[in-house]
Design a protein around this ligand. Sequence first.
Ligand code: ADP
Ligand code: GLC
Length: 481
Amino acid sequence: MKKILFVASEGVPFIKTGGLADVVGSLPKCIDKEYYDIRVILPKYTCMKQEYKDMLEYQQHFYMDFHWRNVYVGILKAVYDGITFYFIDNEGYFGGNRPYCDDALYEIEKFAFFSKAALSALPLIDFRPDLIHCHDWQTGLIPVYLKERFAGNEFFRGIKSVMTIHNLKFQGKWSVKEVREITGLSDYYFAPDKLEAYKDANLLKGGLVFADAITTVSDTYAQEIKTPFYGEGLDGLMNARAHDLRGIVNGIDYDVFDPATDTYIFQNYNARDFRKEKIKNKLKLQEELGLEKDAGTMMIGIVSRLTDQKGFDLIAYVMDELCGDKIQLVVLGTGDERYENMFRHFDWKYGNKVSANIYYSEAMSHKIYAACDAFLMPSLFEPCGLSQLMSLRYGTVPIVRETGGLKDTVMPYNEYENTGTGFSFRNYNAHEMLQTIRYAEHIYYDKKREWNKIIDRGMAADFSWFASAAKYQEMYDWLIG
Ligand code: ADP
Ligand code: GLC
C-alpha cells in the first residue's frame, strides 16, 4: 500500500474559499483505495462551521520550536467520506473569522508554522507517507524542509514531494530578512536558485525548486506559465523545470454536483429531461431574486471570487450594452470592493435584469448553476476553473475566454459541424466577449434545437475525477518507484 499525504490550506467540506478546496476534498476520494492510503492535513480554523468542528476528535498535542518560541501544536482527526483528515490546531494562528487575512507577512508566518507543524506531526500520528502532495504557496516550505531540517531524521528520509500550482499569482513573498527569521532557514536557501526571487524570499518558489515533481491543473496553463505573460515572474523557473512539470486537468465531485440528486436546487433533472424540468429552476430563482419572471429570457450566471483574475473589467466595460439585450444576469461572489460595488451598482441601475448577490453561499451557487441558461467566465487567466465544469454538468452553457483550463474543457460551438459544448473568445477584449455573448443569444433565441444539443453534449462530457485521478496515480507510482 503506497502512502500519500495531501497538505493544503483548505478542503471541502471543512473549509473553502475557492476551487482549491474542491480539489483537495474531492480528488483523494477518487484515488484507488486498494493501492493507496491517502490522507489529508488541513489547518483547524476557528471559522469552520460548527457541524464540522463537532466532527473533529482530539488526538494529541506537542510544543514545537518556531520563530524563537515554543508553540502549541494540536492534532485532531476526522474521517469523512472514507478519507482521514488531520487538523493542525493553534488558535493564535488559525483564529479569526476568515481563513486568510490581508497581512502578507502574517500569512507567511502562519503557513510556515502550518508546514513545519504538519511535518512534525507525522511521527506522532504514525503515518509515514511515501509522498507528500503539496498545494499552492501555503505549503511551499514542505519540500524545502524535507530536504533541510527533516532530512537528518530517519523517519523522513526518502519521502518524495509534489508541488501542485493551483494559482501562480499567489507566491508568499516577503523580504529575505523576515522570512529567514520566521522559517529558520539559513542564508544558503536565500539565493536566486532557491527561495529568492527578485530579491525577496518566495515560499512557492522554494517548493517549486525542491519538489520532486510539479503539476498544475490544466495542460494549457502548464504551457502558459512558461511565458512571461502568465509566468508571474517564475516563467524562467518553469522552463528550467519543464521536464518535471505536467498539467493534469481538474475534475469535480460528480456526487456533490449532480442535478438529478442535488438537494439545494428547486427541481431535479437529468440529461434526458432537462428540456422540460431545468426551466423550473429558472422561474423559481427569478422569483427568489426579484427578477422579471419570464421563462423565455436568457439568464446568464456568474459564481466567482470577485478579483482581477476573473475578467470583470471586460464586463464593466460593456455592461450597459449587454443590459440593452434581452438577458438577465445573476451574480454570486465576494472579493475586491470595486467589483462588489460595480455589480451592486448595475443591480440598482437595472433592477429587474441584474441581481448582485455579494455573499458566499454553497446553496445559492448550486441554484445558479441549475437555473441559468449560460454561465460567463471571461477570465484573464484561469489555471483550471471548476465553475465551468459545474455549469456543464448542470446543462448551463459556458461562455469563456480561451485561457488555461477554460480552453481545455469548453469546446467552442461550431454550427457547421454540430460540435461544441459552449462559446469562447480568444483575446482579452470586451467587445470580443460581447460579440460572443450575442452569438450565444442568437443561438438561444433563434435556434433552440441547436442550443439544446449544445447542452446535450455538455451534459454528456465527463469531468469527473476518473481520468485525472489515474494520471496522479501514474505520477505517484513513477516517483515512489
Ligand atoms: P477559483 O478557485 O479561482 O476561485 P474555480 O472555478 O476553480 O475558481 O472554483 C471556484 C469554486 O468556488 C467553485 O466551487 C464555485 O462554485 C465556488 N464559489 C466561488 N464564489 C462563491 C460564492 N460566492 N458562493 C459559493 N460558492 C462560490
Ligand atoms: C485556483 C484557480 C482555479 C482552479 C483552482 C483549483 O483557485 O484559480 O482556476 O480551478 O485553483 O485547482
